[in-house]
Design a protein around this ligand. Structure first.
Ligand SMILES: Cc1cc2nc3c(=O)[nH]c(=O)nc-3n(C[C@H](O)[C@H](O)[C@H](O)COP(=O)(O)O)c2cc1C
Length: 132
């Protein structure tokens, strides 16, 4: 699954994305996330500053979904599997990014969402259809 330049731009520029997870038995949970940005053509980095239920869900069920707040600019639903890293390059990048914006932040982890499926949420005949 490949994030297009338009998709990456929308994720990068939107101030907030909505990030959904679920417990292993299917209880959904959605949170707003400010620190989310694409790091390559199929991975979105999310900085774990305050994740609580989200983090617990991901540790037991690594599947997640994301939409940008301004979905009129990027009407897509990104779905995939996360890897949580607490050291290494991506963690260091997450810390640098978050602390450069708000020095009091102390990120706990970098959550790497590997995008595996992309669906349209554009109202109309293509709504819900897989685009990649
Ligand atoms: C505008 C906004 C942006 C946020 N950005 C982040 C973020 O980048 N990283 C983070 O860990 N939590 C962020 N939060 C906090 C989470 O949305 C949420 O409070 C936290 O994950 C606890 O909820 P949970 O128990 O459902 O995981 C943000 C909250 C708001 C209101």
């Amino acid at each position: 699954m490949v994030l297009t330049e338009e998709m990456k731009d929308a994720i990068e520029k939107d101030n907030v994305v909505f990030f959904a997870t679920a417990t292993p038995d299917g209880v959904p949970n959605v949170v707003p996330i400010g620190f989310a940005r694409p790091i390559d053509n199929n991975t979105i980095l999310i900085v774990d500053n305050y994740l609580n239920k989200t983090r617990k869900n991901l540790e037991k069920n690594p599947k997640a979904s994301l939409v940008v707040r301004d979905a009129s600019k990027a009407p897509y639903q990104f779905k995939g599997t996360v890897e949580i890293v607490e050291s290494g390059k991506y963690f260091d990048d997450a810390v640098d990014w978050a602390t450069s914006v708000m020095s009091q932040l102390a990120p706990k982890a970098a959550v790497l969402l590997k995008v595996e499926e992309i669906y349209s949420v554009q109202p109309g005949p293509d709504a819900g259809k897989k685009v990649d």
